[in-house]
Design a protein around this ligand. Structure first.
Ligand SMILES: [Zn+2]
Length: 110
């Protein structure tokens, strides 16, 4: 990279310019600290809570969306997964109930 002050080429890891001594702020990946915090923030218990109770995950998503986007997305991801599983379970139960009702009607017609 180049010094913003004197324009001389300097080391990527330089803290101060070796030519003019101007402070060079190290370039970190965007919001790396925030990302790490977000990953820790949504602990497994909370993930499970969102999974089992998707409404909670949706609420948390809107609460966290403003200041912690990744944590909000994690909550939403678990909620969507939870909704998916619940719809699947309901669909399977309904298929069984309908099958049972069909059998019931054939065996014992009113
Ligand atoms: Zn410089």
């Amino acid at each position: 990279m180049y010094c913003f002050n004197c324009g001389k080429k300097i080391s990527k890891r330089a803290i101060v310019c070796t030519n003019c001594g101007a402070k060079v702020s190290p370039i970190l990946p965007p919001r790396k600290q925030d990302i790490l915090r977000d990953q820790r923030a949504l602990n497994p218990i909370l993930s499970l809570a969102c999974f089992l109770q998707p409404a909670l995950g949706m609420i948390l998503y809107f609460i966290w969306k403003k200041d912690s986007n990744l944590r909000a997305k994690a909550a939403m991801k678990w909620s969507v997964a939870g909704v998916g599983i619940q719809i699947t379970v309901i669909a399977i139960v309904m298929v069984y109930v309908i099958s049972f009702m069909s059998v019931f009607n054939i065996t014992y017609p009113l």
